[in-house]
Write a protein of this length. Sequence first.
Lengths: 131, 93
Amino acid sequence: MSGYVLDDLALIAGLAGTGSEHHRRELSRLLHGAIDGGPALEVPAFCLTAAALVRPVLFDHLADILAAAPPAAIDVCGLTRTSHLDALRAFRPGLGWPATHAAAHALTTGLPVLTVDADRYTGLGVDVLTL
Amino acid sequence: MTAADDRARAHALVDDLLGQPDQAADRAVAVLHAHAAALAWVRDTTGAYPAPASVAARLDSVAERLRSGDDERDPVAALGQAAIDAHRSTAAA
């Protein structure tokens, strides 16, 4: 399985209008690719919530795209208590919930986190890529 | 609606929200996919997850040059070779 865990910072940069034109177009390419069978995009629910606080209409836009895309191309994943989550909370208690959710999902799936701030995940034991 | 209609609608929604990708975005995402594939190779070949810091740093450096246009090589070949070289260096150290 290939894909990316999109964190709240990538969502905000790409979808909330706070990032560069390049961020938007890069995320556009990723979404088009996922719709066409390319790497899937996994969106932790807490990351989507954080991004929607910046631009509330994001919920509707992303849900519309998800509902029209092939199954599992774009997925909004819930937060579940796992050993990964417990370890992250113990190791980095000050990390916000969106980043914690993204890191926990990355640890569970083995997928890299896609963000605009790779330093945020330093020492958390996940592969990180920058949008 | 057929699956093809759904896909067409999904593509149109993405374009409405974000605009169409351009050549720079195509290149950046090609590099991103190759970078992810190189990390997956490291994981599958060595069992290391996440990639060792020295390997990750080497891949980041190559990916940055590929994105910026300073390096015009094929991203899959360039990052694949970088992963192999970095892995060998780490194993030999």
